[in-house]
Design a protein around this ligand. Structure first.
Ligand code: PEP
Length: 253
């Protein structure tokens, strides 16, 4: 019922030339996959990436957007601009944006509405810090992020968006949540969404993110509520990212 979705967040990496090279390497490696494959380059490499990915099963996303469509907002990029470039997805509320650029659940909510207004599929990130986890506040924090970040949407919008559960302490640290811990929080996110929007949002896809690698993807994907992954570091290497996308080849059923 929920098609797996694996997205690569390139963060502030790759020039246009490198982006093109990476997509050219990826295309034959992931071409046979029935998983939805997404790469999210920096704004400057989106056009080159869309061009290189044309005709393949790789979709392109942005890493952020602003909530207004046009105007005097120096340095910002809007939904219509991303659509114009050929983006289909957009990451919203990544923990690095919350940590370094002052994003809050309120700004996440505005961005989410803007993305949906322009027919972009949001990948909304939530997740607790190490302090919050150690204080036993994981579920409380994630519930607040989901309730405040995703409020005011229509159920059919919630069905189309993607949530990424990314414990902050697992991002870029090499430290992955255990598959059981990730499953527990992701099932809780699904229940929170259902409490807000009704049973039909059982179709919403929820990814895990945080040091996903070829070695741990199969175990994560074997969990009943994990529908995919948001991959940072390992998405910069075609072989690693393709091995993650092709996780079924290593899964023992
Ligand atoms: C991310 O940037 O969303 C991420 C999960 O990074 P990494 O895979 O490097 O931990």
């Amino acid at each position: 019922m929920r098609r797996p979705i694996i997205a690569g967040n390139w963060k502030m990496h790759n020039t246009t030339e490198k982006a093109r090279e990476l997509v050219e390497l990826l295309k034959p490696l992931v071409g046979a996959s029935d998983v939805e494959v997404v790469v999210c380059p920096p704004f400057t490499a989106i056009a080159a990436t869309v061009n290189a990915a044309a005709g393949s099963n790789i979709s392109v996303g942005a890493q952020d957007l602003f909530w207004e469509d046009w105007g005097a907002y120096t340095g910002e990029v809007s939904g219509p601009m991303l659509k114009d470039l050929g983006c289909r997805y957009v990451i919203i509320g990544h923990s690095e944006r919350r940590q370094y650029f002052g994003e809050t659940d309120a700004t996440v909510n505005k961005k989410l509405h803007a993305a949906l207004r322009h027919d972009l599929v949001p990948i909304v990130c939530v997740g607790e810090t190490l302090d919050e986890r150690e204080a036993g506040k994981t579920l409380e924090v994630v519930r607040r992020q989901v309730e405040d970040g995703l409020k005011g949407l229509a159920p059919d919008q919630v069905e189309t968006l993607v949530v990424a559960y990314e414990p902050v302490w697992a991002i870029g640290t090499g430290r992955t949540a255990t598959a059981a811990d990730a499953q527990e929080v992701i099932a809780f996110i699904r229940d929170t969404l259902k409490a807000m929007y009704g049973e039909r949002v059982g179709a919403t896809r929820i990814q895990y993110g945080g040091s996903v690698k070829p070695e741990n993807i199969a175990e994560l994907m074997a969990q009943p509520d994990i529908d995919g992954a948001l991959v940072g570091g390992a998405s910069l290497d075609a072989i690693s990212f393709a091995a993650i996308v092709n996780y079924k080849e290593h899964q023992h059923k």
